[in-house]
Each structure stands twice: as C-alpha cells, then as structure tokens.
Design a binder for this molecule. Structure first.
Ligand code: PFF
Length: 472
C-alpha cells in the first residue's frame, strides 16, 4: 500500500506544532521555571530553543524527508548499516516511555476537566477546599489508572484513523482551539488584581541568577527545550517522513519553534498572574508535578466565574496534550507499519495495549512515574538527539545539505554549511555535556574536566562512524 502523506502544506506544520505544544508548555514549563529561578531559566531555555532546538528540528526533518521512513528504517537505509537501525530502535523505546507517563498526566487533566466543568464525576468539595489533598487522590492509584486508560483510548482513536483523517484533521481542529482559548485566558488574566506581580516574577530578568546557577539551570533548561520541541524521540523524523519535497524546511522549523515558544510564554502569562492575583507564590506552593494543579485549583476556587475559567483552562490542556500524545504513539506505530508491514489498526491496537500496561504501572507507582517522567526521558531525548545529529553530520553529510536546501531555494543553501557544522560537531558536544550534567558530573568533577569528557566521548562517537569525510 502506498505510504500516506500530509494532505496540505499547513497540515504538516499544525501536526508538528501540535506535537510540540503540549503538557511540556503548560504543565512542565511553569513548574520548571518556578523551580529554576524564574526568568533566568526562561532566558537560558529560550537560548537553547534558538541555538539547539531549531537546527536540531531541521536535522530530524532532513532524515525523515530524505528516507520517507520512520527512524529505524530511515537510519538503516540512509547509512546502509544495520547497526544504525538498532540505534533507531531507541526511538521506539522513547516513544513508549514518553506515552507511559504522559498518558497518566493526560488522565489527571481529563479528570480535572470533568470535575471543574460539569462535575460529571460527582463534585468533590476537596477540589476547591483542599486542592493538595484532592490532587493526591486523583494522581495515583486506581483512579489515575482509569483516567489514563481513557486518555490513551482517545489518543489511539485518532492515530487509528491515519495520517490525514486522524492526526492531520485532529490537529487542524485542536490547535486553533488551543490558541484562541489560551489567548482569551491571557487577556482575562491581565484584568485580575495584582497581575503585575505575576508578570514581574515571570519576566523580570536577573542576570546574577544565571551566572550563579548556570550549571544547575543548564540541564533542566536543555531537557525542557528538547521536551517541548519533541526532539530526540524521532517524532519529527516520523512526521517529516510523510512530507513531499515542496516544503521549505528552514521556514517550517522556525515557524514551529516560534509558535511553540509563544504558547509557552502565553501560558506563563495566564498562570503566573492568576496565581499572584490570589496571593499564591509559586515558589512557596511546593514544587513537583502537582504544582500547577494544586496552585491553580486553589486560584480557581477563589475567582469569580472560577468554574468557567477552570473548564476553559483544562479544555486547552486536554487538547494540547492529545495533539502531543498522538505523535508519541505514532513513533512505534509507524515502526511496525514500515518495518513489518503490519496494518495501522493492528499496530495501534498492539502498541496502545502495551502502553495501557506500562502506564498503569506508572499510575500505581509514583516512584516509577517520577523516574520515567524526569530522569529517563531527559536522558533518552538528549542522547537520542545527539545520535540523530551525529548521523546527519557524519553519515548523511552533503546529502543532508542537499535535502535541507531542496524546497527552500537560496535560503536553504546559504544556511546549509554552517548548519551542518553545528549539527555535526557543536550541538552533539553540547548535548553530551548536558547529558553529563544530568549525572551530576559538573558538580563533582568540575567544568573543564566535564568538557574534556564530552570531547573524548564525542570523538569516540565520531570515529566509530563510517564516513567521517562527509562533514564539510
Ligand atoms: N512536546 C510535547 C510537550 O511539550 O508536551 C512532548 C513530546 C511529544 C515530547 C512528543 C517528545 C515527543 F516525541
């Protein structure tokens, strides 16, 4: 059967933006920002989005569009080496790991949506009177598992319907809805008392926080930048594999990064003024995955028309989460379809069945949930993107330049050489370095030794590859 492609030019951008915009922007971003020094974190994160995220996105696009295959087949075919196919297999593992915890959080959100709006699940007064306790009850155990299955079912239904009728149609409806609702919420939040204090916390830039805490901020900021742009998992390779040649990849990549970052910033403009208007200081409400829920439910309970606002807010989050979770499920599904000729429907059923189990484990075991959502995912994404970019620089080489320029005219050509240098050498070094900071390496052995280890590790990776002459 012929491989599906996106029906429209906009379809691809919206699907990729849909993948990027998700719980990463709305749930993880404000929490990470509050935990890592407010605007200082924002500045480092924005720098990484621009300097690593955009070139990294282009790297994944180039692989996917060139090969018209999902990561395993793409890396194997473009290199002519089976071993690269094994490296591609990590993307399947990453996709399953991501969805296992994401679907649990998606379940919490659906629960909050139902509870705050129509009280379908029987209004629990603790939602308003004791948000911390309510979150504790919702976020673990059988309830969490049940809602995880509901969220996963919705995800599977969309992926089941295919690229055009499922993912493309779904994101064409969901993304505009997210943007309109979020814009409305931000405008409304601006009218709340004391909103200015929220903006100040979020946007006031204090350079000393960066210089004092650079290493502490770097790892989380890089992890957040990759997570929010859906980089390192092979999603963007997979989505680009359904592209025709007529797209300008640099244009699409920049549009996706700008839209994604805007949603992150607008979310901050909703969340922080809301919290401050109710006298809730995000650094004091406790950190961790519950911060958004506990803080906001508290704020909603005190607001006029809080029910309506809460419903609108959780509707945004649900749509954004779904448009991302479908891109996670598409990674293993495309793998089965491309490599084993399994029908899409069987692939979806099989993979959703697997994640139903792994997600249930996450729902029941907060320690496993925490490990998967934090450390494991950060490491898999960082290592995954480093591997993809090394592949672009050292295996594809000039082919990558040609692919980037195709459809992009002179823009692609003038950017290509510096870009290839960046993705082949500079960015992998940076990624290996941040990978090491996850293991606390900079803290225990110091900056220059860490750089030394990153250089040696990258050199070993370079020379292990077959066509080193292909970097320009
Ligand atoms: N970018 C998504 C978010 O911000 O919620 C998360 C994500 C989706 C990460 C797909 C990785 C991925 F492959």
């Amino acid at each position: 059967m012929a491989r599906e492609t996106w029906a429209t030019r906009l379809g691809f951008i919206l699907a990729a933006v849909g993948s990027a915009v998700g719980l990463g922007n709305i749930w993880r971003f404000p929490w990470q920002t509050a935990e890592n020094g407010g605007s200082a974190f924002l500045v480092v994160y924005l720098g990484i989005v621009l300097l690593v995220g955009v070139p990294g996105l282009l790297g994944e696009f180039v692989i996917g569009r060139r090969a018209n295959k999902s990561p395993v087949g793409a890396l194997r075919e473009l290199s002519g080496q089976r071993s690269w196919g094994f490296i591609g297999m990590f993307s399947v593992i990453t996709g399953i790991s991501l969805l296992s915890f994401y679907s649990v959080v998606g379940g919490w959100i659906i629960r909050y949506l139902l509870e705050s709006g129509v009280s379908l699940v029987g209004s629990d007064p603790a939602y308003f009177t004791n948000p911390g306790q309510y979150f504790g009850g919702v976020s673990a155990g059988a309830d969490a598992a049940l809602y995880h299955l509901l969220f996963l079912g919705l995800t599977a239904l969309i992926v089941f319907a295919g690229i055009r009728k499922g993912i493309e149609l779904g994101t064409k409806i969901m993304m505009p809805a997210v943007l309109v609702l979020l814009g409305g919420l931000a405008a409304w939040a601006a009218t709340q008392p004391n909103a200015a204090a929220g903006y100040a916390f979020f946007l006031r830039f204090d350079p000393s926080v960066i210089s004092e805490n650079f290493f502490a901020i770097l790892g989380p900021a890089a992890g957040q930048a990759l997570f929010t742009l859906s980089l390192g998992a092979g999603t963007m390779i997979t989505y680009a594999s359904y592209l025709g040649e007529d797209r300008s990849l640099p244009f699409d990549g920049s549009a996706i990064a700008v839209l994604n970052t805007s949603v992150g910033v607008i979310t901050g403009l909703v969340v922080f003024p809301l919290l401050f208007s109710q006298g809730i200081n995000p650094t004091e409400t406790g950190t961790g995955p519950g911060a958004l829920f506990v803080g906001l439910a508290g704020a909603f309970s005190q607001l006029p028309a809080g029910t309506l606002i809460a419903t609108a807010f959780f509707a945004v989050v649900t749509l954004a989460a779904l448009s991302s979770s479908i891109s996670m499920l598409e990674i293993p599904v495309a793998f089965l379809v491309d490599e084993y000729d399994v029908s899409r429907k069987r692939a979806v059923t099989g993979m959703a069945g697997l994640v139903a189990v792994t997600g249930t484990v996450c729902a029941f075991e907060p320690s496993i949930f925490g490990f998967v959502a934090g450390t494991l995912v950060n490491i898999l994404l960082t290592a995954g993107l480093a591997a993809f970019l090394l592949f672009v620089g050292w295996v594809m080489g000039r082919d990558a330049i040609e692919e980037l320029a195709s459809g992009a005219g002179s823009l692609g050509r003038s950017l290509s050489t510096p870009w290839l240098f960046a993705v082949g050498i500079v960015l992998p070094l940076f990624l290996v370095f941040t990978l090491l900071t996850h293991f606390g390496v900079d803290g225990s052995i110091g900056f220059w030794r860490t750089v030394g280890i990153a250089v040696v590790a990258s050199a070993v990776a370079f020379f292990g590859l077959r066509r080193p002459e292909s970097v320009v």
